[in-house]
Each structure stands twice: as C-alpha cells, then as structure tokens.
Design a protein around this ligand. Structure first.
Ligand code: XMP
Length: 529
C-alpha cells in the first residue's frame, strides 16, 4: 500500500457524522470549497465529491442534501461535466447553484442557452415565492451573478421563484421532486442574504438539525486516534506553523506520552521560531520533543545553489534524510502524523472522491516518502484552515501560534534570492522580524494574510554617515487573501511602511534600501522564490 492509499484509508469515507451531512458535487467551480465552508458554518458537516459520483455511492453515504456546484462549462457543450440524472430521484433534496441549476433544469426537461445579456457581478433579484428557499427574505435583494448561460425555459414541472431584469428564471423549484436551483451564488459574501438561503435549504428543506460542532469533532477525532494507535508510538514533524502545531496538540491530547515530535532546525527558520516551539511543545505540552541541529547540513546542501527549484529539491532531500535519522532513533514508532488540511487533499486531486481537476499540487501532501515505512495519520484532513485555527484555540494552542501567518516548508530559503549563506540568512531573519513586529504593533497582523521580508540578490548604492555604501536591498511583501490562490498587496499605511524601512536600514547591518512589493497574485505569486 503506498502512502497515499494509507492516508485515504485512515480518513473517513463516508464521514462519521453520516447521520447529518451534505455533499457538494464539484463541477469545477472556483467556489466549491466556499460552498462547503458556508454549509459547515451552518453547523452541518459537508464534503466535496466528484461530480460523476454514482447514485449508488451517493446513496451509501446517506447525505441529507446534495448541492451541485457551479462550473466553467456550458451544459450543452460536448464533454461538459454531468451527473447521473438518477441523483435527482434519490429522494434527497438537491440544490443546483449556477451551472448546477442549469444542469438540473436541463436534466428535468428545461432548456439552457447562452443569455442575451451576460451577468457578472451584483444583480438585484425580485422574489416571487417567499416560502422554502426564500423564506424570510424581502421582495428584492442583492445577489452575486457570474454566468453567460441561463435557463431559458423550464417544463411545467418547475416553479420559477425569482427573476432579475435580464434573467427571467433566476431561481426554481421542482413541483414533485425535491430539486431546487439558484442562478446566483449564495455562498459568496456579495450575496448578503446568501447564508439565509443556504440555511433554509439545509434546515427547512433537508431537515438537518445543524448540530455539527468542532468540539465534537475534536472529541471524536481523539477517540479515533486512540483506537487506531493503540499503544504504539506516533511521530509528528513540527515546523512552527499552525497545521503541524494543531496536529501535535490534538495527538498530545489523544495519546500524551506516546507522541514524539521532531523539529528539524534547518537554519531556515524565522527568528525565535526554534525557541518558541521548544517552549510550546517541550515545556507547555510536555511532548517528547527532538530538535535536530541541521543548519550545517542544509547550508552545505544549498552551497552555491541559486536556482529556486533546485533549492527546494535539495531542501526536501535534506529534510527527509534528517527526519529519517531522528525517527529511527525513536523506538516503537508505527505512525507518522501530518497536518494535511482538506484544501490540500482536494486541491491535489488526492481525495477518494475529490474533483477531477488538480488545481495546485500542494507541498504538504505526501511530504515524507512511503519508504519511511510508517502508517499515516492525518487528523485534520477534513478541516479548512479557519476550522483548524478554531480547533487549535479549543485545544489550548496559544493565539500566537494559531494566528501565525503561513510559512513555506523550505523556509527562508524561498525568500533569500540568489546564493544562500548564513550571513545572508541572518540579514533576512532580522529584517523579517522587524516587518512582523511592526505590523503587530500597528494591530494589523490578524488582518493581513502574510507579511514578510525578502532579501534580493542585488546590491544598491547608498550613503550612510557621509560614506558611500553598496549594500543589500530588502523587499517587504504583505498580502490580503483568504485562499492564497489569488492575493492583493496590502495597502499598509505610509507611516507604518516608513517605520519598517527606517528600522530595517538602521538596525540590520548590510541593508541600505527597502522596497515595498505592490504586485497582486496573479500575475505575481506571494513568494518571490
Ligand atoms: P505562492 O508563492 O505560490 O504561495 O503564491 C502561496 C502560498 O503557499 C505558501 N508556500 C508554501 N507552503 N511549502 C508550504 O508549506 C512550500 O514549499 C510553499 N511554497 C509556498 C506561500 O507562503 C503562500 O502562503
């Protein structure tokens, strides 16, 4: 069994909260994950599955409701993704959103065509039926539309529920089957009453109680870990990030002294990171913490390397080697715990029922090779990042760690452009600490998704105390994003930028210039590499 199939076998499929969950069939929508998160916000457990899941597989999962996501295709195009129409006759309520609505209407006798006027962005709907999906909504409300096609006509089996001035059938329900459709997106915040519509579907139409709670998740996961692990030993790699910290905290609560944590100090960590981890997982959670001093190994592996992919490759290999050596020193290890999250699983197309499209190959999944010979435990693989943070707080992981900005596995190496040396890393580490410290003092750390310094591979001329300098340039990067797939540069106040620049130039020896990165992603990326 390879590592991936082991991982899949330790995850829940069908989910353990099977008495009350909803599934989203993913037709390639950029919003499929958002739909699942919004459903979970209503305290109904939700998972994303492939759009071509068979009716039998779906029936076996016993979902309370089925949501068909949007998607980029046109239902009438050759090769457009479809679901088995039998799904509409399972007796389980179905809500089609955008493409999902078009698919449902087409499958049940309607006609979909290219709209005379495309609708992208805000629109105003007039609601004509105020029960069911639209219970409690006013006659008119704002919604977010994003479609080129629309349902042109429906059979008499359907009742239109709402319209906009350019989209006469903006929402529908079937007369005899529990099938509903929304042309707009209730899951995005630009549809202010979208959560009411989703709640109406989940609670009133699907009959969910809305009883799913993270606390229950933690308790059930702890039980499950105990049952899986027995009296064996588990190792968990720590990186200082949220995901590995919450994984370790969860395991610690489940199996206490049977957990060993390994921190590979690769010399590429942020300032005080090693000390912070030692304090948290050695002193606070008293885990059996092993810190591997591997700075020299990594610096030797990176010596003379400037090509970013080659840096990553070498760091990856060095990490595995160091981890393996340390792991072999610990007796009785049977399991390796990893902080893989739900988006990592679905984005990598690795979930047993994940959407077909591989959006982005993530770094966390399958990070350590099968040859290590351990069985994988991935207790967070059903959670989104915000849920992991809330879980971390429930488990007593300090806010400082829970709200920490993400940090790439290869560490400062991806932010030290050009040659990597101990001196250059020190310059970067000090500059980075100032960026974070100033953003925290300005009270903006929680509002920004990521903030850090980058050391550029160029020197620039400056003048300091009447003398000419030829020193390093540091770029400051700060972005706003929730999904890290797209990001905007943060409009930090000028005064704050000024303080960051002055402090870096004054306090970090070897830097005479600071620049602020004002590129969005795309076309830039968050890291510079
Ligand atoms: P990019 O640069 O692709 O980054 O826009 C998107 C997000 O991914 C993080 N990142 C990584 N995380 N291992 C990780 O765990 C990595 O190798 C890695 N590379 C980038 C990056 O910090 C940002 O949050």
């Amino acid at each position: 069994m390879d590592q991936r199939s082991k991982a899949a076998s330790t995850s829940r499929s069908p989910p353990r909260v099977a008495d009350e969950h909803v599934v989203v069939l993913d037709f390639g929508s950029q919003y499929a994950q958002l739909i699942a998160r919004r459903v979970r916000e209503q305290h109904v457990y939700c998972e994303i599955v492939r759009h071509d899941i068979s009716p039998a597989a779906l029936r076996a999962r016993k979902p309370r409701g089925i949501i068909l996501s949007g998607g980029p295709s046109s239902v009438y195009e050759a090769g457009a993704p479809h679901c088995d129409p039998e799904i509409f006759r399972l007796g389980v309520p179905v809500l089609g959103i955008c493409y999902g609505m078009q698919l449902a209407c087409e499958a049940l006798g309607g006609k979909v065509s290219s709209a005379p006027t495309r609708e992208y962005g805000r629109a105003r709907i007039s609601i004509t039926a105020h029960d069911g999906l639209f219970a409690g909504l006013p006659d008119h409300t704002e919604v977010w539309m994003s479609h080129g096609d629309q349902v042109a006509s429906v059979s008499s089996d359907f009742v239109p529920l709402a319209r906009t001035c350019t989209c006469p059938i903006a929402a529908v329900r079937h007369n005899s089957l529990p099938v509903f459709g929304l042309q707009f997106h209730p899951e995005v915040t630009h549809t202010p009453l979208g959560s009411t519509v989703l709640r109406n579907f989940l609670i009133d139409i699907c009959g969910c109680r809305g009883a799913w709670r993270l606390g229950d998740f933690a308790r059930e996961t702890i039980e499950e870990i105990r049952a899986t692990v027995g009296d064996a030993r588990v190792i968990c790699g720590l990186s200082g990030g949220v995901d590995s910290s919450v994984t370790a905290a969860l395991l610690y609560q489940a199996i206490g002294s049977q957990l060993s944590c390994i921190l590979v100090d690769n010399g590429l960590l942020r300032k005080n990171e090693r000390e912070g981890i030692a304090h948290e997982f050695g002193d606070h959670f008293k885990t059996d913490l092993h810190i591997v001093d591997a700075e020299d190994v990594f610096l030797a592996a990176l010596d003379g390397i400037t090509e970013p992919q080659e840096k990553r490759r070498r760091i990856g290999h060095a990490f595995i080697d160091c981890f393996k050596v340390e792991a072999q020193k610990i007796k009785g290890v049977e399991f390796l715990a990893q902080g893989t999250l739900y988006p990592d699983v679905i984005e990598s197309g690795a979930a047993p029922d994940g959407p077909a499209a591989t959006i982005k190959l993530h770094h966390n999944v399958g990070g350590l090779p099968a040859e290590l010979g351990f069985k994988l435990i991935e207790p967070l693989r059903d959670l989104f990042k915000d849920e992991v943070r809330r879980l971390g707080l429930e488990l007593g992981v300090p806010e400082e760690i829970v709200w920490r900005h993400p940090f790439p596995g290869p560490g400062l190496a991806v932010r030290c452009l050009g040659a990597i040396t101990k001196d250059r890393l020190n310059v970067l580490r000090e500059a980075d600490a100032i960026v974070v410290e100033e953003i925290k003092s300005a009270g903006l750390y929680r509002q920004t998704a990521q903030a850090f310094a980058v050391l550029l591979p160029v020197s620039s001329v400056g003048v300091m105390g009447d003398a000419r300098t030829f020193d390093n340039v540091v770029a400051v990067r700060c972005v706003d994003t929730t999904d890290f797939m797209t990001a905007d540069w943060t409009h930090l106040p000028y005064e704050l930028l000024g303080r960051i620049s002055t402090r870096i130039i004054n306090e970090v020896k070897g830097v005479n210039r600071v620049a602020y990165d004002i590129s969005s992603k795309p076309p830039a990326t968050i890291e510079w590499e």
